[in-house]
Design a protein around this ligand. Structure first.
Ligand code: FES
Length: 135
């Protein structure tokens, strides 16, 4: 359906940030998506999670988002849409690399400039460290 709708919406010349998509569940097989880096492997990788003064290290896999890995480790990271749209989960990527599917990368300019990612649609490509704001 999106193949059709996206073409029709493009004719309206709307700003891209105004066009939203629903994911309909957890994304699977990021390695099959456009631009996925070669040679990543499936891990497990180490994700160092900094929450205020607390630091934990949890396992994460290349085929799961950072948010899923956080939740699997029992960390209640903020989230709402789980599809990269709302920015509610944004967290600073202190080190490491992640893959973000191009069609889900809805980060604002300030997020890009200061190294923030949306863990709900970011897949680890190795060991990473993120700073998570938990209220
Ligand atoms: S939960 Fe909405 S962008 Fe991550």
């Amino acid at each position: 359906m999106y193949d059709f709708v996206d073409k029709e919406v493009a004719k309206l010349d709307l700003p891209q940030r105004r066009v939203r998509h629903e994911l309909f569940g957890q994304m699977k097989h990021p390695e099959k998506l456009e631009g996925y880096p070669k040679g990543v492997g499936n891990g497990p990788f180490k994700m160092t999670v900094v929450i205020r003064d607390d630091k934990r290290v949890v396992d994460c896999r290349a085929d799961e988002t950072l948010l899923v890995a956080l939740e699997r480790a029992g960390i209640a990271a903020p989230n709402r849409c789980r599809s990269g749209e709302c920015g509610f989960c944004h967290s600073r990527l202190a080190s490491g690399n992640v893959y973000i599917p191009p069609n889900l990368d809805k980060r604002r300019g300030a997020d890009l400039k200061f190294g923030y990612v949306h863990p709900c649609c970011s897949f680890p490509c190795g060991d990473v460290e993120i700073n998570v704001k938990v209220k």
